[in-house]
Design a protein around this ligand. Structure first.
Ligand code: SME
Length: 157
């Protein structure tokens, strides 16, 4: 696997384009999904320095906190609750420009202002986890993030 992440100081699009092949090479030969989530959370954080970057895994019909980079977070989220539980229930990416405008948003951190949540699927198409990223800036995520984070989610099991 790659020893060190190398990302140049380009645009967001350029940084994603450099990041994705490095994620592919790091996770390609590792079957353990927790190990891969841990490295992907680290690599995303190293590239973009968001406030909170991590995973919730579907366990016994709940989302349970998985590997992440950032401050302490809620451990369990019910289906349909918060941005994460809604993205899981609807099975779609949610981009929330202002978390205060999202009914039922779960404020793990009062510093969080905007958020994107991307479902991750297994080979049968079931949601097995979500990738959750929070920013301390309003309106931090757009269609570029959606596109590239969905590509990253598709690499994961
Ligand atoms: N804000 C999320 C909860 C998870 S934390 O932000 C890490 C939500 O509403 O689902």
């Amino acid at each position: 696997m790659a020893e060190e992440l190398t990302i140049s100081n380009g645009t967001k699009e350029e940084r994603y384009a450099e990041l994705v092949p490095q994620i592919q090479s790091v996770i390609a030969d590792e079957p353990d999904s927790i190990a891969n989530m841990a490295n992907v959370a680290a690599m995303l954080w190293q590239t973009f320095h968001w406030w909170w970057t991590g995973f919730y895994r579907v366990q016994d019909n709940m989302l349970v906190l998985g590997p992440f980079q950032g401050p302490l977070a809620c451990t369990r989220i019910r289906k349909g609750k918060g941005v994460c539980g809604t993205a899981w229930q609807k099975d779609e990416t949610l981009v929330v420009p202002d978390v205060e405008q999202f009914p039922g948003h779960i404020a793990c951190s009062s510093a969080s202002r905007s958020e994107i949540v991307v479902p991750i699927h297994n080979a049968e198409g079931r949601v097995t986890a979500v990738l959750d990223i929070d920013s301390d800036q309003l309106n931090a995520f757009d269609d570029t993030d959606r596109l590239w984070l969905e590509r990253i989610a598709a690499l994961m099991k």
